[in-house]
Design a protein around this ligand. Sequence first.
Ligand SMILES: *C/C=C(C)/C=C/C=C(C)/C=C/C1=C(C)CCCC1(C)C
Length: 253
Amino acid sequence: MILNDILTIPKDDAVAFTFFTGYMAMLAASIFFFFERSRVDDKWKLSLLVSGLITFIAAVHYYYMRDYYVATGDNPTVLRYIDWTLTVPLMCVEFYLLTKAAGAKVDLLWKLILASVLMLVAGYIGEAFVPLNADGSPSDGATSHSVMWGVISTIGYIYILYTAWFGEVAQLAKNSESEVVKTGVRILAWFVLVGWAIYPIGYMCMPGGWLNTAFGWGSQNVDLFYNIADAINKIGFGLVVYNIAISSSKKAA
Ligand SMILES: *C/C=C(C)/C=C/C=C(C)/C=C/C1=C(C)CCCC1(C)C
């Protein structure tokens, strides 16, 4: 059944294309991070393991989301948010591990995780429970529902953004003795500012969303944006951490 569906992907289905390439890229990245662990100093091994876990967890979810999408043509919203609920907190762990040597405490990690849970739970309610008519078109309350939950979600996002740019993470990185950590954390903060901002664009493509009503961007574009953003953020984020680890490892020099 699945084989049959794969063979019948329409040539012009960009969303299906990003699901397939996204899956393979996540898997390849995981293998890369797991193998490269042996090349970095011991203190970096956990960071690389977490990078590999982020892309591996995503790969498993892409495997299912891909087939779900090809079989139904619908947004795999539940799988998407399960994936994010596991991977975004792990990205918070990366920030914590990088700034730990400069004095980061576990409560920094918990604050970041709480903010990401707020961001994701609100986003999930906004997407999964948007009021629709029987034919899938947005019903009366759809726009206000998605705007309200989108705004609540953005509060969590802004908290993380603030922490990475000006708050505790930024301060700790500034005090770090390592130049590599300083610039690395700054690059990760750019990922949070630019790469993560792609997700709300996808969110606004759902029925009743601004890009959907104003520009007619169909709801399949939700996944197009999410897939592109995931590739940039999960693999890119991991590569930055990898670069920090390799550059500051004596072994690799
Ligand atoms: C690997 C997955 C990542 C880095 C996912 C990040 C997701 C976001 C930054 C989502 C943000 C959202 C908003 C800021 C408002 C609208 C709802 C969301 C959940 C799409």
